[in-house]
Ligand binder design. Structure first.
Ligand code: FAD
Ligand code: DLZ
Ligand code: SF4
Length: 516
C-alpha cells in the first residue's frame, strides 16, 4: 500500500504537512526536475540553479533521515517533462495506492494536481500548506467580511494571531502598530552596508551550474559568484547573520537606494523563505526576539515583521482569492510592449540601469527598486501588465506566481483597479532623487521638468495622471496631485504631455525571445 508523496521545488521543508504523520516504511517521496517547470517562463539562470540545487540537497537530507526518495533528474532520458507525467510514471513504478501532496503555490500547478486522481486512478489527498501563517480559507473569510482588503487591518490580525510584538495585555509593543513613518530615511554618506553571508557552491551546486549553463545559458541573468543558501542549515545561518549584522538599520534605510550597494540592510532571505528552507514564523520570531533582547530598535523589528507576516501572507491570500481573473487584469488599458532595456540594462536612466544590473547579476533588487523604479516606470509608460508580470517572474530568484503576480498586477501596476492598493504607486524623479544617490550620476536632469534632457519620470508622471484623470481625480489620496495639475497653465500641461510622448515614441520594444 505505497503512498506516493510528491514534494515540489518550493516545498523543501522537513516538517511539510505531507511528510507529517506518515509511516515512512510505506512512503515514497517523489521529487521531479521537469522541463515544464524550468521553461514555462525563461527563468533567470540563477533561479534554476537555486531551485535544482536546493532540491538535490533536500533529497539527500530526506534520505539520511530515513525517507525513501525517488528523485527524477532533468537529464533522465525517460523524464516525461511534467509534474503530471512524472507522477503517473511513479505511481506505476511503485504501484502506489494513494498520493499525498501539499497544495502548490501556483494556480497552474493546482490545475494539474486536480487531474491526478482521474489520470492515475487512485485517491489524491491535498494537504493545506501550513507553513503560511494565514490559510487560504482564513483569508477568504477575512476578505468576505469587509469592503476593502486593507493590508493594515490584516497585518494587525496577524500580529494578534502570532503574538509577535504584542504586550501581555494584547496591545502593540510601543503603543503603535506601524512605525513606517520612521522608515523613510534618505541614503547618507559614510554608512557601511553589511553584505549577505555567502555560501559558495559545493559539488552539488557546481554540477547544477554546469547543467544550467549548458541547457539554459541563453536565459536572462548571470551565474558567476552564485552564493545563495541551498540548505536549511545554511538558510538558518543567513538568518542569524541578517539579525546580527543588518536588522538594526533595516527600518531606517528600508526605502533607500544606493548606487553599487545591492542589498543595503535588506535580508535577502526571500529565496530561502519561498523555497521552504525557512518558515515565515521562524524568521519573524527571530526579529521579535532580537528586539526583546534589546539588540534592534522597534522600528526595524516592526518594519521587518510587517513585511513577513503582513505583506507576504496578504499577497498569498489575495492571489488565491483573485485568481485566475487577476492574471489577465488590465484596468488601466495599458498596451505598450516592455522596453528592451529591462533585459539589457542599456539606458541612460541610472536608476533603471542600476536596478536591471542588480537583477541581472543576482536575480535581486530590493523592494523600492522593484516598486518605485522598475514597476513605477512600467506603469507610467503604460506597459501591458502581463508583459511586466512575465519580466518579474523571470527576473527574480524569489519569484513564484503566488507572490510575484499580486505584487506586480496589484501593487505596482494598479492593473486590478485598486483592489490591492487604493492609490497607484506612482512617483516622479523627485521621489527617486530623495531616496537615492542615482540622480547626481545621471545624464538626465532630475530638476528639469520637460525636454530631452529632463528626467523622463517627471513628464511621464504628469502624463500618467492626465491620461487617467477620469479614474483618479476623485481618489481622496490624489486630490493634492490633481490640484497641482490644475494650477498649471495649459501650455505647461501640453509640454509635459509632448515630452512624455516623444520619450515613449523613442523606446525600443523588447525582443520576444526573452520571457517565454
Ligand atoms: P526584505 O526587505 O529583507 O524583507 C523581508 C521579507 O519580507 C522578504 O524576504 C519577503 O519574504 C517579505 N516581503 C517583503 N515585502 C513583500 C511583499 N510585498 N510581498 C511578499 N513578501 C514580502 N517578493 C517575492 O518574494 N517574490 C517576488 O516575486 C516578488 N516580486 C515583487 C514584485 C514587485 C513589483 C514588488 C513591488 C515586490 C515584489 N516582491 C516579491 C516583494 C519584495 O520586493 C521582496 O520580497 C523583497 O525585495 C525580497 O528581498 P529581501 O528578502 O531582501 O526583503
Ligand atoms: C521554478 C521551478 C523550476 C525552475 N524548476 C522546478 C523543477 O524542476 N521541479 C520542481 O519541483 N519545481 C521547480 N520549480 C518550482 C515550481 O515551479 C513550483 O514548485 C511550483 O510552481 C509550485 O509553486
Ligand atoms: Fe532616474 Fe531621473 Fe534620477 Fe536619472 S534623473 S536617475 S532617470 S530619477
Amino acid at each position: 500500500m505505497t503512498i506516493l508523496i510528491p514534494v515540489l521545488g518550493d516545498q523543501l521543508s522537513h516538517d511539510l504537512a505531507s511528510l507529517s504523520n506518515v509511516d515512512r516504511s510505506v512512503a515514497v517521496v517523489l521529487m521531479m526536475e521537469v522541463a515544464e517547470e524550468t521553461t514555462y517562463v525563461r527563468h533567470h539562470q540563477r533561479k534554476i540553479v537555486l531551485i535544482l540545487s536546493a532540491m538535490r540537497h533536500f533529497a539527500e537530507e530526506l534520505r539520511s533521515s530515513g525517507w525513501r526518495v525517488d528523485y527524477v533528474r532533468l537529464d533522465d532520458p525517460d523524464n516525461s517533462g511534467s509534474f503530471s507525467g512524472e507522477v503517473k510514471r511513479a505511481v506505476d513504478r511503485h504501484r502506489a495506492a494513494s498520493i499525498r501532496v501539499v497544495e502548490p503555490g501556483e494556480w497552474r500547478v493546482a490545475t494539474a494536481i486536480a487531474s491526478w486522481e482521474s489520470a492515475c486512478g487512485i485517491p489524491v489527498d491535498i494537504c493545506p500548506d501550513d507553513r503560511f501563517i494565514c490559510s487560504t480559507l482564513e483569508f477568504q473569510t477575512w476578505a468576505q467580511s469587509r469592503n476593502a482588503l486593507t493590508i493594515e487591518y490584516f497585518y494587525r490580525d496577524m500580529r494578534r494571531k502570532t503574538g509577535l510584538l504584542m504586550t501581555a495585555d494584547g496591545k502593540p509593543e510601543g503603543g503603535t502598530w506601524n512605525l513606517d513613518k520612521q522608515n523613510r530615511a534618505s541614503p547618507e554618506s559614510g554608512v557601511t552596508y553589511p553584505v549577505p553571508m555567502p555560501f559558495p557552491p559545493d559539488a552539488i551546486t557546481s554540477e547544477v551550474m554546469t547543467l544550467v549553463a549548458e541547457r539554459f545559458g541563453g536565459h536572462f541573468g548571470r551565474l558567476e559568484n552564485f552564493a545563495l543558501p541551498v540548505t536549511v542549515s545554511q538558510a538558518r545561518r543567513a538568518l542569524a547573520h541578517f539579525i546580527d549584522a543588518a536588522l538594526s538599520d533595516f527600518g531606517t534605510y528600508q526605502d533607500a537606494m544606493v548606487t553599487g550597494e545591492d542589498w543595503l540592510f535588506h535580508s535577502w532571505l526571500s529565496p530561502a523563505i519561498n523555497l521552504g528552507l525557512l518558515t515565515p514564523l521562524e524568521v519573524a520570531t527571530a526579529a521579535a526576539d532580537a528586539y526583546a533582547a534589546g539588540k534592534v530598535p522597534l522600528n526595524s523589528a516592526e518594519g521587518f515583521i510587517r513585511q513577513v507576516i503582513g505583506w507576504r501572507e496578504y499577497v498569498r491570500g489575495y492571489y488565491w482569492l483573485e485568481m485566475p481573473e487577476v492574471a489577465e487584469a488590465n484596468a488601466l488599458n495599458a498596451t505598450r510592449p516592455l522596453p528592451e532595456f529591462y533585459w539589457t540594462g542599456e539606458t541612460e536612466m541610472v536608476c533603471m540601469a542600476e536596478a536591471v544590473r542588480n537583477t541581472r547579476d543576482h536575480g535581486y533588487a530590493h523592494h523600492i527598486q522593484r516598486l518605485m523604479v522598475l514597476g513605477n516606470f512600467a506603469m507610467l509608460a503604460g506597459v501591458r501588465p502581463q508583459e511586466v508580470a512575465d519580466w518579474f517572474l523571470v527576473a527574480y530568484v524569489d519569484a513564484y506566481e503566488w507572490v510575484e503576480l499580486p505584487n506586480v498586477i496589484g501593487m505596482s501596476q494598479h492593473a486590478d483597479g485598486g483592489r490591492l492598493a487604493t492609490k497607484p504607486y506612482a512617483g516622479g524623479g523627485a521621489y527617486i532623487n530623495r531616496m537615492s544617490d542615482h540622480c547626481v550620476r545621471c545624464g538626465y536632469d532630475v530638476k528639469q521638468k520637460t525636454g530631452p534632457d529632463a528626467c523622463p519620470f517627471n513628464a511621464l508622471y504628469w502624463d500618467f495622471l492626465a491620461r487617467h484623470e477620469h479614474r483618479f481625480r476623485r481618489n481622496r489620496r490624489m486630490i493634492q496631485m490633481y490640484a497641482n495639475w490644475d494650477r498649471m497653465t495649459p501650455a505647461a500641461q501640453d509640454s509635459y504631455r509632448t515630452s512624455a510622448g516623444a520619450f515613449l515614441d523613442a523606446l525600443k520594444p523588447a525582443a520576444s525571445r526573452w520571457a517565454r
